[in-house]
Design a protein around this ligand. Structure first.
Ligand SMILES: CC(C)(COP(=O)(O)OP(=O)(O)OC[C@H]1O[C@@H](n2cnc3c(N)ncnc32)[C@H](O)[C@@H]1OP(=O)(O)O)[C@@H](O)C(=O)NCCC(=O)NCCS
Length: 159
């Protein structure tokens, strides 16, 4: 377990699929089944971190799941539970994934974010991500079609 002044991070293995699904279900309107996480976390597949705020001991507050493909990393899903938002935990998770991706040989990190998700976009932009593309009608949320923006960051040249 890794320690930050505000949080501890757990490196996930397939045994964490259930906790990841629970966290995802609290963060997003459309939950993913534990099996989806299990499939992604198979050996050689995606990586994930779970964050625990130090002050509360047990309760997990957020997660990030990403994968590497050659020298490109991609954030697949990422969230902090509502009670723990605006304490810098998403920033810790994102920077931790960026650092690990760089060490594993990635040059760039990509992600997709709903155009309407202004909080997440502000977070990514504050980390140096830039919008590089758009996928029209990419998300289908509560009966509405929403465009995704593709964001990219050169990890090596990150400030
Ligand atoms: C987006 C999300 C991960 C942010 O988590 P968080 O832990 O609250 O984020 P942080 O506290 O690390 O925020 C860091 C910075 O990002 C920006 N930010 C984060 N949430 C914001 C919001 N709701 N509105 C405006 N800016 C926001 C701010 O610049 C913030 O810095 P500040 O608090 O000093 O102003 C969280 O709101 C969440 O899980 N949302 C639902 C799932 C989701 O949208 N995931 C991302 C999908 S791509």
């Amino acid at each position: 377990m890794e320690r930050d002044p505000a949080a501890s991070l757990i490196e996930c293995s397939p045994v964490h699929a259930g906790v990841l699904a629970e966290l995802h279900g609290v963060c997003f309107p459309e939950p993913w089944a534990a099996d989806a996480f299990l499939g992604l976390l198979n050996p050689g597949g995606a990586s994930a971190l779970i964050l625990h705020p130090d002050e509360d001991g047990g309760e997990p507050a957020g997660f990030i799941l990403w994968r590497l493909n050659a020298d490109e990393a991609e954030i697949i899903t990422f969230g902090v539970t509502p009670n723990y938002r605006r304490r810098g935990f998403a920033r810790i998770l994102a920077i931790s994934a960026l650092d690990r991706s760089l060490k594993a040989g990635a040059q760039n990190m990509y992600l997709e974010v709903a155009e309407s998700n202004t909080g997440a976009r502000r977070l990514y932009e504050s980390l140096g991500f830039k919008a590089v593309g758009r996928r029209q009608n990419y998300y289908h949320v509560q009966g509405k079609r929403i465009d995704a923006l593709v964001y990219a960051l050169s990890i090596k040249n990150r400030e």
